[in-house]
Ligand binder design. Structure first.
Ligand code: HEC
Length: 438
């Protein structure tokens, strides 16, 4: 947000003068100039960083220790790997019936003097443009719909609804050197949420830094090995280095940038969550494009639809569940929840509401479109944001990058991922070649 101060005025003016490359709308760029990279993202199951260095991946581990990368052995194997794992033959104790093992995604990238643009598109059977819902039942609010393999869905109590997501993980190539060859596996450990050694809620709450007295993390999230004193075969979520050591790493630029486009929680406000991975997966400084519509103390939603702007209704009817025409719950059409209203059995409210993001968290614009069975997401971010929690992109240079995609009502590890890739801004090296817009 302070970037204009750092750009010489003459340059900013000349960019304006030469006809509109500055802050172009990513949906109307001439994308035909940018080469298309067709990627196969695959289902990784429980293949964590500990697993790729473990007993069952010995030859891989040996090569990784020497600095080789996954693609040196696995290039072209994505579809086969995904199929083996998604069906539960390996590394997946809880397979989801009928889930495909991989997903084709098409990527294009471009940049101008100030901005970087990325276009991603992939086929999706339905627009997973909805997240979780709450329902009013028997005098209280309860969960109505959530992700496909949640216990409440398995028991038949809740319906299925969880947003699609497309995520970009970006490094500077130096501060987290293993990311160059190991990709997102540097952030994935055996003790993350939904992984085999996930800590209990009580253990997480009691952690002096990550828990209730500190960062208030209610899930065990991605982290970097650099931030832990030790990592064993089950991970090292609780073995944080001291504050002084972590501060020093942060000063050195240790972190990975993580942009998460969320079809329900960020898409409706044309944004991606601009997050990063360090000692945990954190939102950048500022305000996220969504908040949880739940007051835990009062056990009721925080906001409801403003009846004055919603045809007299404060909630959605059950018939509007996952209806693309139903209104989103946003700042401009919602008001504080009224517990004294005459709520009806089956009234629905989204469990998350959108808001306009702010600060460094708002750095990444993401416009999205679902048409003819395809999602297309257009990202735009300043090359350099001047925020410490972002990785700056530089024309002429090459950066390690990884992608992931959540499709068909899943969360956490039940996603598709890419092997470690390289993005170049104007160079020759790398799978993703961003072209300069003139
Ligand atoms: C030196 C070569 C080599 C490198 C480098 C390597 N692997 Fe492997 N990987 C293997 C071999 C060999 C297997 C076992 C395949 C088999 O025999 O079934 C394997 C198996 C796997 C599997 C299990 C699926 C299966 O079909 O067995 C996953 C997942 C995997 N590797 C991920 C990775 C990731 C992620 C990286 C990079 C961080 C990586 N590998 C780097 C050689 C390698």
């Amino acid at each position: 947000m302070h970037v204009m101060r750092r750009i010489p005025l003459a340059m900013a003016l000349s960019a304006l003068g030469c006809g509109g490359a500055l802050a172009a709308d990513p949906t109307t760029l001439d994308w035909s100039a940018a080469p298309k990279t067709e990627l196969t993202l695959f289902y990784p199951g429980q293949a964590s960083q500990e697993w790729i260095f473990g007993e069952n991946h010995k030859s891989g581990a040996k090569a990784l220790r020497k600095g080789e990368g996954c693609l040196e052995c696995h290039d072209g194997e994505e579809e086969g790997l995904g199929e083996t794992i998604v069906t539960g033959k390996k590394l997946e104790p809880g397979p989801i019936a009928g889930k495909p093992g991989s997903k084709k995604v098409s990527i294009q990238a471009a940049y101008d003097k100030e901005y970087f643009y990325l276009k991603a598109s992939w086929p999706a059977k339905t627009a997973g443009a909805f997240h979780e819902y709450l329902v009013y039942r028997g005098g209280k609010w309860d969960r109505y719909a959530t992700y496909i393999n949640h216990p409440s869905v398995k028991s038949g109590k809740a319906k299925v609804s969880y947003e699609d997501r497309f995520n970009v993980m970006l490094g500077d190539g130096k501060a987290v050197p293993d990311f160059n060859n190991q990709g997102c596996w540097v952030t994935c450990h055996n003790d993350l949420r939904h992984m085999p050694n996930e800590p209990t809620a009580a253990a997480l709450d009691a952690h002096p830094v990550l828990g209730k007295a500190g960062m208030k993390k209610d899930e065990s999230l991605k982290y970097l090995r650099e931030t832990r004193t030790e990592i064993g075969p089950t991970g090292g979520w609780d073995k944080l280095k001291s504050k002084a050591e972590l501060d020093a790493l942060w000063e050195q630029g240790v972190k990975l940038d993580l942009w998460q486009w969320r079809a329900a929680r960020s898409g409706p406000v044309d944004a991606a969550s601009d997050d990063h991975v360090f000692q945990s997966r954190n939102a950048d400084v500022g305000k996220t494009p969504f908040f949880k519509n739940w007051d835990g103390a009062k056990k009721q939603p925080k906001v409801m639809y403003d009846p004055a702007k919603n045809g007299g209704a404060a909630a959605l009817a059950e018939s509007q569940f996952r209806d693309l025409k139903a209104p989103r719950l946003k700042e401009d059409n919602s008001i504080a929840y009224d517990p004294n209203r005459a709520w009806k059995e089956g009234d629905l409210l989204p469990r998350y509401a959108n808001r306009k993001p702010a600060g460094s968290e708002a750095d990444v614009m993401a416009k999205s479109d679902y048409a003819n069975g395809m999602w297309t997401v257009y990202f735009r971010r300043k090359l350099a944001t001047a925020n410490k929690d972002d990785v700056a992109l530089v024309p002429g240079q090459t950066f390690p990058i990884s992608f992931s995609l959540h499709d068909d009502n899943v969360t956490t590890r039940y996603h598709y991922v890419s092997f470690p890739l390289k993005l170049t801004l104007g160079g020759k090296e790398g799978q993703i070649k961003a072209v300069e817009l003139k």
